[in-house]
Design a protein around this ligand. Structure first.
Ligand SMILES: Nc1nc2c(ncn2[C@@H]2O[C@H](COP(=O)(O)OP(=O)(O)OP(=O)(O)O)[C@@H](O)[C@H]2O)c(=O)[nH]1
Ligand SMILES: [Mg+2]
Length: 332
């Protein structure tokens, strides 16, 4: 793909960090696609050198409107991300999409039909798409995904969409690192699937019923609205009234309304000052996750010998796992 740059049109003004003397970061800040991709690969690996680079990069993020998109597999998230991106691009804003999703059509390994459907945004220099490979160490994946979102932000993309299946605490944490959380419900899902989602329904700032071209979509919207009314889902403290928006990405219906609702929510956060509380929550989660990564790296790599000795002692019943953990963390 041709080298292209993007320019932020965002209006929020964070304090300007000092210019970087890291050539890769300078190019990322200029929005050069190849450098953005290279930095994302670095974000996916761990290690102290990369951590220092990510730390510097992080100081340049904070302008983008980050939108989380979650919902069970097959609920229509990727299709919706694409439709949203097209609509947002019409307003001149640029979009980054990061997906934790092995089966995502963003991965490039998707079936032909998906490739064709994605083609309309993949050639657009104002759009950057990155799929995160699911790997063993989920904690690391969550951190890397948020770093990748930050890189898009630092590179000047105005809106960053994070797509993730909302199963597992890490994935829920990732999507909650967004300013605006969208929970996608497809019509006709059974109770079983709804139960899996129970914890996820309440993190929504916006509920979306996807595939509204299907006859059972109306009932799904009615169910969600009644759950919201009864207060069985929905977050307590905000003055934001969680809306239910029906969309058909296939027929391009409701997408305008959804973009409008996302923008309204963004303004609501700034106008009410709720954005501050949200930023604190996001930072708390990220600091804790970064600390977990550091500790895991220390004890599994550098402290390996000490860990092995403690396992030996535990096996010989000379120490219990709790005291072993305390010993392990001591000066590790
Ligand atoms: N009828 C209809 N089908 C849709 C619509 N949007 C998506 N689909 C179909 O639903 C299926 C899943 O769509 P995806 O966008 O891949 O869903 P996803 O949530 O990203 O799926 P995973 O990434 O596997 O979790 C595909 O076969 C789509 O063609 C829609 O608006 N209407
Ligand atoms: Mg997907």
């Amino acid at each position: 793909m041709a080298e292209a740059t993007v320019k932020s049109t965002s209006t929020t003004q964070p304090t300007t960090p000092p210019a970087s003397d890291n050539p890769l970061l300078v190019e990322v800040l200029e929005g050069r696609r190849k450098s953005v991709a290279r930095m994302m690969s670095l974000a996916e690996s761990t290690g102290e050198a990369n951590r220092a680079l990510m730390a510097e990069m992080h100081r340049h993020a904070g302008r983008a409107h980050v939108v989380g998109l979650t919902g069970v597999p097959g609920s229509g998230k990727s299709t919706m991300a694409r439709a949203l991106t097209q609509k947002i691009r019409e307003s001149g804003r640029t979009v980054g999409i990061v997906a934790i999703d092995p089966s995502s059509p963003f991965s490039g390994g998707a079936i032909l039909g998906d490739r064709i459907r994605m083609a309309d945004i993949t050639g657009d220099p104002g759009v950057f798409i990155r799929s995160m490979a699911t790997r063993g160490e989920l904690g690391g994946l969550a951190r890397a995904t948020l770093d990748v979102a930050d890189i898009m932000d630092a590179a000047g993309y105005d809106v960053v969409i994070i797509e993730t299946v909302g199963v597992g605490q890490d994935e829920v944490d990732v999507v909650q690192a967004a300013h605006t959380v969208i929970v996608v419900s497809a019509p006709g899902l059974g109770d079983e699937v709804q139960a899996i989602k129970a914890g996820v329904l309440e993190i929504a700032d916006i509920h979306v019923v996807s595939k509204s071209d299907r006859p059972d979509a109306r009932q799904t919207a009615i169910n969600l609205r009644s759950m919201l009314k009864l207060g069985s889902i929905g977050s307590g403290l905000s003055t934001w009234e969680v809306p239910v928006v029906s969309t058909s990405a296939q027929n391009s219906e409701g997408i305008d309304k959804l973009v409008e609702t996302i923008d309204t929510h963004g303004r609501h956060l700034t106008d009410t000052g709720e954005i501050e509380g949200r930023r604190r929550k996001i930072l708390e989660m990220r600091i804790v996750k970064a600390a977990e990564d550091i500790v895991r790296e220390r004890i599994l790599h550098k402290g390996r010998d000490k860990l092995e000795r403690l396992i030996d002692r535990s096996l010989a019943q000379q120490i219990d796992p709790y005291n072993a953990a305390a010993v392990l963390l001591d000066d590790s």
